[in-house]
Design a protein around this ligand. Structure first.
Ligand SMILES: Cc1cc2nc3c(=O)[nH]c(=O)nc-3n(C[C@H](O)[C@H](O)[C@H](O)COP(=O)(O)OP(=O)(O)OC[C@H]3O[C@@H](n4cnc5c(N)ncnc54)[C@H](O)[C@@H]3O)c2cc1C
Length: 511
């Protein structure tokens, strides 16, 4: 293989592996360099508590994977991924023992909403029936390279004046979106706002409307599936394809510097002193650590500054439990849902997010909970269960990790009395450990940086970088700090590979 066909990909997460597959399929000699002892990044699973209990380390659910053209075309199923598609997707319980549930089926969701607030179900049906036929176009518009062209024109033609209404709602807060759609009803709005938590945006923040709505629209269109056996199954499948294409993956290979000679990339230097020569380098790590890899003058000053002052969101404080039985939620709908949003009323969801933003651990944290073993018994010994949880906390806080865990567990006791008696073992991960394990997750932020509007679309991370090329010849960027942002979708990995191949005048692989 001639040396000018060498390419290096920094990071063996989903974007790095997808990128490597595309580069190798076009004939390049690809090495993926990974800081951690194992590939997978934020898409992996481990026996974190007890032998036989498999826990998803970071990502737990895959609506974006299911909707992503980059993942669909790789046909992960042929590599052994078996998707589990929950019918009861998510429940949002309240103190009175009721809950509102999001189902794959629209009518079951309508009934649940109506049970909480008569009339809310009909309003949701009207909204989803209008937008579900357009879900594919919306996904294409939001996931695709910028500027999107075909999909938004088709959307605008289909929606006409309603396009403006949708744009207003999506650029606004999820709280405003919910109150608008549900005629001011609080609980249905809390149910919608709970889904925006996955973005790390507080429910009153502009732009959170898009996250809450799209995640729930995708639920009715693609579901929120997850792979049998754990997230590691996705990484295993990507690795199997990459290996077949001749990609080399080197773990415990922390990239410290991008080498620049004669105004273009020449490879990378590792922490252990080794150098890996390559004509092109694709990074998939988030903005600030990317800036740290580059010589000061590698990019124009304003771009380096943009990367260095990139804002991260609150951190995910991760808790995994091995349980002797299923969680005894008071609300029946929570007992069967794959995901439970533990927060209670809308004002409590907002208060938890605001505390995190102020640098405080909320007294009553809002918690995203995954109950995979209700549907996937392969993840725990017979009759026993795993529980996947994270709460948003500041990157640094004054109280102890035990205190944070105790606050989360008080929330569980509040909505599921008797929870504590089921615990066989617990593993907790604070923001510092998250970042040490994966330096791309700065301060424990799960999404590669805040999703406030000035860090989205062309501003993710900057107009000059959002199309995956950079002003430094041979350097390409992907990963959660680049449009379309975080989640296990591999879209920026694919787009960065296509940009690189176009610059090399190589034909890209297309399904
Ligand atoms: C707690 C948590 C929950 C989440 N839940 C979900 C969910 O349910 N669904 C979902 O779709 N998404 C979820 N996400 C987000 C999602 O996991 C990520 O956005 C996605 O996996 C990012 O993929 P990536 O390839 O861009 O980056 P990563 O998977 O983070 O990969 C980057 C890789 O680069 C490596 N690296 C970093 N620095 C260096 C260096 N200097 N040299 C070499 N290697 C380096 C890292 O070790 C890592 O392996 C969650 C994330 C977290 C943290």
């Amino acid at each position: 293989m001639r040396s000018d066909r060498r390419a290096v990909v920094v990071g063996a997460g989903s974007n790095g592996l997808v990128c490597a597959i595309h580069l190798a399929r076009a004939g390049l000699d690809v090495t993926v360099l990974e800081h951690a002892p194992r590939p997978g990044g934020a898409s992996s699973s481990v026996e974190a508590t007890l032998p036989g209990f498999v826990h998803d380390h970071c990502a737990g659910f895959n609506p974006m994977t299911a909707a992503s053209p980059a993942m669909r075309e790789l046909e992960l199923e042929a590599e052994g991924v078996r998707w589990i598609q929950p019918g009861a997707i998510m429940a949002h319980p309240f103190d009175d023992g009721t809950a509102i549930a999001l189902h794959l089926g629209l009518e079951a969701t309508v009934a649940s909403l109506d049970g909480a607030h008569p009339g809310a179900g009909g309003l949701w049906r009207e909204l989803i029936e209008q937008y579900r036929p357009l879900a594919g176009r919306l996904v294409e518009t939001i996931f695709g390279p910028l500027p999107p062209v075909r999909a938004p024109i088709a959307l605008a033609a289909a929606l006409r004046r309603d396009g403006l209404l949708l744009a207003r709602r999506m650029t606004g807060s999820v709280e405003a979106f919910g109150l608008d759609v549900f005629d001011g009803a609080d609980r249905p709005t809390a149910w919608l706002a709970g889904s925006a938590q996955h973005s790390g945006l507080p429910p009153s923040t502009a732009g959170s409307g898009a996250f809450g709505f799209l995640l729930q629209l995708i639920a009715h269109s693609y579901g929120w599936p997850f792979p049998a056996g754990g997230q590691g199954a996705i990484t295993d499948a990507l690795l199997a394809i990459a290996t077949r294409e001749g990609v080399r993956v080197r773990c415990e290979a922390h990239v410290e510097r991008v080498l620049v000679h004669g105004g273009r990339t020449a490879g990378v230097a590792l922490k252990d002193g080794d150098e890996v020569p390559a004509r092109d380098v694709v990074t998939t790590i988030s903005a600030r650590p990317l800036a740290a890899l580059l010589p000061d003058d590698a990019l124009p000053h304003r771009l380096m500054r943009r990367l260095r002052i990139w804002r991260y969101s609150t951190a995910a404080f991760k808790l995994d439990y091995a349980l002797r039985g299923p969680v005894p939620w008071s609300a029946a709908e929570a007992r069967e849902a794959a995901v439970v949003h533990v927060a209670g009323e809308l004002r409590e969801l907002a208060a938890a997010a605001q505390a995190g933003e102020r640098g405080e651990v909320p007294e009553r944290p809002a918690v995203v909970v995954g109950q995979h073993t209700l549907l996937d018994p392969s993840r725990a010994p017979a009759g026993q269960h795993t529980l996947y949880c994270y709460a948003h906390v500041p990157a640094r806080y004054a109280c102890s990790d035990e205190d944070v865990a105790a606050r989360v567990e008080q929330q569980f006791e509040r909505f599921a009395p008797g929870f504590s008696e089921l615990v066989l073992a617990r593993a907790l991960r604070n923001p510092q450990r998250t970042e040490a394990e994966n330096p791309s997750l700065v301060g424990g932020d799960l999404g590669g940086g805040s999703y406030e509007l000035d860090q989205q679309l062309v501003f993710r991370p900057a107009p000059e970088l959002c199309r995956y090329r950079t002003p430094l010849r041979g350097l390409y960027v992907a990963g959660a700090s680049v449009h379309p942002g975080g989640s296990v979708h591999g879209m920026s990995g694919r787009s960065a590979a296509r940009a690189l191949l176009a610059d090399r005048r190589l034909r890209p692989w297309r399904a």
